[in-house]
Every structure is written in structure tokens, then in C-alpha cells.
Write a new protein. Sequence first.
Length: 450
Amino acid sequence: MKNFLQVKISWIGLLLAAVFSPLYISAQQNQKWVFPAPAGFDRDVAYFTLNTPDGGFLLSSSTLDESNPFSAYQLPRLIKLDADQNTEWDNVYLPPTPPSGALILPTAILDAPDGGWMMSINDDTTGLHLLRLDEDGGQLWAKTLNPSWFYFRLLSVAPDHYLAVNFTSTIGNSFTLIKLGLDGEIISTVEVPLPFRMLGPDLYGAVEMANGDLLFSLYVPNTLPAKMRFARVSPDGTVLWESTPVQAGGIRIAPLPGDGFINIQGTQLKRHDGQGNLVDASPSPAVPNTAEINVAAYPDGSLLVSGYTVGNRGFLAKLAPDYSIVWSAEAPDDGQPAVTRLIGTPTSDGWAAGCGETVDGQMAFVRIQANTGIYINTLTGTVRKDGNDNCIADAGEASVQHARIHAFNANESFMTFSKNDGTYEIKLPAGDFELEAEPNEPFFYLCPDF
């Protein structure tokens, strides 16, 4: 016996879509645009998609130059699209002079009341906090507000001011709420006495509620396993209420029309009322076959879920208030590089758009206007020891447990392990993949006829 392994495989395709919506709608109604990295840069990491007053979109990313492994070079990038998705401008901001290492990340961007946009940034190079842009994407000015403010983010805008928050450290007894004038001048600051712990600079746990109050989702210091709580704060910094700590599963929150909010726990959505009380929860996952999600609300209370699937494909899905799926769609497979993640925003027609990254690290934008579903290929099989050297997985031959199953092509790689009985399951996107099985014991090799 030559100690060969034989792998038996089969596959099934799973399609997720709203059962009451026609699936014969042309996928051409879903469109994708890919934006190569700017000259001198290697790839992009998408941050957010903003609907603009003219019916277009503003896409934000952090663009990276990885040519020097010892010096980070990461700058904010904005792409403005018109209502027909034509590119109006595509700019990279704040390159250091002379060129040197830089790590400047966008944290939020808001429509400015007097036209153009205001962007908040985390800048560990020069300490800048605000970047003011005109309607054509030109930089009007950049400002440092306080050298000690590092985890800084714009939260909301009013006709005559902005509100922002800053977490001075990753563990603290309070954080700072900041009121800014339209020219970025500090009008007032107030320390909000809510002890917090940040697991990295994640500022997704701070949003403006429908009535202008601010909602925070915070990790509780010195808890193991980690716990979190919600707190509602008025615009003047008064703590209106603070919830009882609960088991932490994710601090991302999104406001709902009226007076409630959604908290994302892994791939599950939990709805809370305006006092922080749990109302209901979606199935887990909220959208089947998804691995990571974000959420935003439509004016009628429907929910837009975005992220990526277990097949590593960017998706958007609309859920009714009862969490039933209205429609779902992956980024189109149109011959361009596949999109591996999407950050979505609702559109006024009831559909959605989103930005993300392609499998080769380019910036991408997707506009969804058809219910084409989420498609996952599930590959199953069994790994056995080939006892009679016939390269067939015969019944009764010993199974191989914990074998590493690897499906790959030039761009992507997926992996799982066989179970105690030798069976395995691996989920893949559309495409051609090679399959390998590697045992965890020596002197066994994959059958050459596999």
C-alpha cells in the first residue's frame, strides 16, 4: 500500500432571495464600478458611502502605499460620483512634504451647511482633526483642535455647528463631547462621565439619534469576559440614561426612525427602544450565509444589511421591520475583479448602493436595483485512506479526521478541516478552484488520480 488519500466530493448551490420577488430581473440592473489605486499607491480600504445632496455619492477610503514595509503610508481618498455614477473627481488628501511615513484615516464625513463637506480624521503624523472641502473636492483648510485628541470623530451637523466626540485614550473615566463652529473653531467642550474601554480605535459605537440626542455603545472597563453598555447623552453632554452592562458581542449601533436603535451582535441584529430596552432580535445570522454585517435604516423602518458572505463576496440586503428578507444581492460578477466586502447606504428608490474592495485591493462601488440573491456553492466530501490503491473512496476504508481541506485559485483561498468521520464542508463563491487535502499524520499523500 502506498498510503494514498482519496477524496470524495459533491456540491450544492444555495440561492438566497426574497421568495415573493421575481428572480428573472436582469442582473444588469445591478452595476459595479472599480477604481484602481491612485498612482504611487497599491490598494484601498473602504470606509463609508455618503448620499450627496445632488443625488450622487461620495465614497471614502484609505489608500495605501506598501512599497516600504518599514514605513506606513496611508492617506484619505474621496471619490465623488454624480447621479448617473459618473466620476466627478477622485482625490487623495494630505500627502506629507517631503514624502515620508504617514497614517491618516477618515473617521466621518458630513454635508457642510454652507456647501461642500467636513471630514474628521485620525492623523498620527501631524495631529490634524478636521479637513474642510468645497463642492469640487478642493481642500479649503485643515485644522488641529487639540494635540491630545487622537480618537476623534464628527457625529452630527446642525445649521450653525457640528458635534464631535474624542476618546483621549483607549481606557478612561470620561470622554469629550465637542461643539464646533462651521469654520472648525471650538465653541465648547464637556467631559461626559462614562467610563469606557476601547478595543482599538473603533468609533462605530457613537451615533446621532432621530431627535438629536447622541447614543454611545461602550465596552465596560475591567470585565472578563468583556461586557458593554449603552448610554444616551443630550447634545449638551448630560447623561440621560445608562443601561445595565450586558455580554459584549459587538458595539456597532445604528439609529432607527422614531426613537430606537439597532445593535449588531456578530451577524445578528438586536432592536432596542429609546430607553435601551431590548425589543426583539433577528435570526442569527440576520441574512443567511453571511460572515460580517453592517446595518442602516430606511425612513420606513426597514433595514439595509451589508457586508460579506461566507463565500467572501460583498452583498447588500433589505429586511422588513420583522427581519424578513425583502431583497438581497451580491456585487455583480461581471468580468471585473470580484468585490469582497460592501458598506451600504439606502437609496431613495428603496434599493441601495455601497463601496468596498475587490479581491485585488481596488476600490469598488455597487448600485443595486434588482433582487438577484446571494449564491453560495457548498462543497462536501469525505477524506479516506486508500486501503487498496484504487484511488476510490470505498465504503469501509478508514476515514481521515482533521485533514486540512484547501480550495484555491490565483486570487482567493478557502480552508476547512475534515471532521472525526472524515467528512468536510466548505463554502465557495462562483468560480474555478483547485482542491487539496493535507492529512495531519505523516506518510500519506493525495491520490494522484484525484
